[in-house]
Design a protein around this ligand. Structure first.
Ligand code: ATR
Length: 266
């Protein structure tokens, strides 16, 4: 029987997930399908049931359903519970299992792009939105000390409290940079069409990671390169977060290779 998976979201215009999963299905010669299923917010419950009735092995979840769908799971894995969002649903033995693979994707991307990085010391995380939650969760799991800075300080305070991190004012960035082993931009600053992230990296020796991947090389990463700092782009997080989902649905842990990277960047 053909194994089926897909992505749900609304309006589902920009998703790269079908491209990634269909690439792997072909690469590993798996008899399976992965499709895009736009589901409006009011239809979420019935939309999920339709996929279950159609025999899906599971599906990815994107905006605006990542939080709402949490209440519709039979089992919520620790990753989803702590991050507060489900991006992957596995349908197994009549159960709906909700997980979040963003933290895995973030760490694997860092491991691949900066193999010498040891996850020791302090990480400075810029931003306190949904993406920051996954990054802070991931870094705390690796045993790092995490400092969070956000335009809206209250959000940084909440995130810090939830994960045993510390929160700081935006104006503290220069002193925090001096002590950081890793800097991660999780804000939307630097993304195509958004203002640039205006910070001066001079005081730091840290590895600089941007989870923004449009453009692939943000101004922040350009500055880091000019200062000879190790840099990590955001595209790998997107690719690596898809791997455990593919494994759960189709039975093979896929790898991220150069043709896949090129396809997604094209
Ligand atoms: P995501 O789920 O992608 O993380 P989000 O939850 O909307 O999206 O978070 C966006 C992040 O970018 C937040 O940290 C936001 O800061 P606020 O919490 O103060 O809104 C940050 N951000 C967006 N625009 C910004 C700007 N112009 N200056 C500074 N930070 C900005």
């Amino acid at each position: 029987m053909i194994k089926k998976a897909g992505v749900i979201g609304w309006p589902l215009k920009h998703t790269k997930s079908p491209l990634i999963h269909c690439y792997w299905l072909e690469k590993y010669g798996i008899s399976g399908s992965y499709d895009a299923n736009p589901i409006a917010p009011d239809d979420l419950k019935t939309g999920i049931q339709k996929l279950i009735d159609a025999g899906y092995s599971g599906f990815n979840v994107t905006v605006p359903h990542k939080e709402t769908i949490m209440t519709m799971m039979d089992i919520l894995e620790d990753s989803a519970q702590k991050i507060g969002a489900v991006n992957t649903v596995v349908l197994h033995d009549g159960k709906r299992i909700g997980r979040n693979t963003d933290a895995f994707g973030f760490i694997e991307n860092l491991r691949e792009s900066a193999p010498e990085f040891t996850f020791k010391g302090t990480a400075l995380v810029l931003g306190a939105g949904g993406a920051a939650r996954a990054v802070v969760y991931a870094l705390k799991q690796q045993g790092m000390d995490v400092c969070i800075v956000n335009r809206t300080k209250d959000r940084a305070d909440i995130l810090a409290k939830d994960f045993g991190a510390s929160s700081h004012a935006w104006s503290d960035i220069p002193s925090l940079l001096e002590n950081a082993a890793l800097v991660v931009n999780t804000t939307s600053l630097g993304m195509t069409g958004q203002p640039s992230l205006e910070i001066n990296l001079k005081p730091t020796k840290a590895c600089i990671c941007d989870i923004v991947y449009t453009p692939l090389e943000t101004d922040l990463l350009k500055q880091a390169k000019a200062l000879n700092l190790k840099t990590v782009t955001g595209i790998g997080m997107l690719l690596h977060q898809a791997r455990p989902a593919f494994e759960a649905w189709f039975g093979i842990m896929p790898d991220v290779d150069a043709p896949l990277r090129a396809k997604v960047l094209a």
